[in-house]
Design a protein around this ligand. Structure first.
Ligand code: DGY
Length: 323
């Protein structure tokens, strides 16, 4: 029997690409050039499976491709707000994602952002590289202590829990959170975490707020002028979830006016575009969507996406089916 034809939209780590070639009649994107709407549609017309990733917009327009040969979108990534799930459902496509394997590394990046913005380390590094450092002194580049402070989590899924674990057990932080679907009580107890009834309650109380909710219509600009104004003026906001959860203009205003003390961002609305004003500010740390960017995790994401596709073509239920 011939192998299913699979199109992989971007470059993957070598080990994952090798597995794709072993299991499937795979077409790789050696040049790593983003695919256009027309190219994505062609992929849907000519392959049995397409493996897109978080930077491919799989819109209703893309999914309108006819005739449709593709049966499954094996997404490389846990987030799926770039895929129009309703349109995928209507076209009879199965959609899978890659949870679990990126949990720790993404939580590590959220921790890194928190530590960097509080301790001014991005600013400090630029200071040294620019040869501006004139020597140690008691008042030089004073930051904010992290250990023992209150971390407020908006969303308490896998990545938030991993961050809470590191922050609580490593940095003795008190954990507060809000989530419409809270974790089991034993998870909450192990973190000595305290649930709050609303986002607003978390914002008012936390020294550091970290966002861990999915992107999409329901969370679009969840953090706006009004909600930023509820935070302590000494508090920091961290976003390793999805860019559009924060209204970027509201964040610019809050950072300029001292409404909050600082921010750490790994994701941006309309990325890779980054708000021009952010670039000139010292109280914000900016990463280029690095959450899952370790070799171990990216290989695991590729293998997990392929495993989902293989399971599907073996006529079994894929482990990470979203649609
Ligand atoms: C995902 O998988 O959704 C992440 O944003 C990639 O790091």
């Amino acid at each position: 029997m011939s192998k299913p034809k699979v199109i992989i939209t971007r470059r993957w780590p070598q080990e994952a690409e090798a597995r794709a070639m072993e299991w499937f009649d795979a077409r790789l994107n050696k040049e790593d050039k983003p695919m256009s709407v027309a190219e994505l549609q062609e992929a849907l017309r000519t392959a049995d499976a397409v493996c897109p990733t978080v930077s491919d917009a799989i819109s209703a327009e893309v999914l309108n491709a006819t005739p449709l040969r593709c049966k499954i979108l094996g997404n490389f990534g846990v987030g799926f707000n770039h895929i129009d799930l309703n349109a995928a459902r209507e076209r009879g496509l199965v959609v899978t994602n890659t949870p679990d394997v990126l949990t720790d590394c993404t939580a590590d990046i959220a921790m890194t952002l928190m530590l960097m913005v509080a301790r001014r380390t991005g600013e400090g590094e630029r200071h040294v590289r620019n040869r501006e450092w004139t020597g140690w002194r008691p008042t030089h580049m004073i930051g904010t202590k992290v250990t023992g402070k209150t971390l407020g989590l908006i969303g308490m899924g896998r990545i938030a829990r991993a961050m809470a674990h590191k922050a609580h057990h490593g940095f003795n932080m008190r954990i507060i959170f809000t989530d419409p679907y809270p974790p089991p009580q034993e998870v909450i107890d192990a973190l000595q975490a305290e649930a709050r009834g609303s986002i607003e309650d978390v914002l008012r109380e936390a020294d550091f707020v970290s966002l861990h909710c999915p992107g999409g219509k329901e969370t679009w600009h969840l953090i706006n002028d009004e909600r930023l104004a509820m935070m302590k003026s000494s508090a920091f906001i961290i976003n390793s979830a999805r860019g559009d959860v924060i209204d970027p203009q509201a964040l610019v205003r809050a950072l300029k006016n001292g409404t909050i003390a600082g921010a750490g961002l790994d994701v941006y609305e309309g990325e890779p575009k980054v708000q021009e004003e952010f670039l000139a500010m010292n109280n914000i740390v900016l990463f280029p969507h690095l959450g899952s960017a370790t070799m171990e995790t990216r290989v695991a994401m590729g293998l997990r996406a392929l495993e989902n596709v293989k399971t599907f073509f073996d006529n079994q239920e894929p482990r990470d089916r979203v649609v």
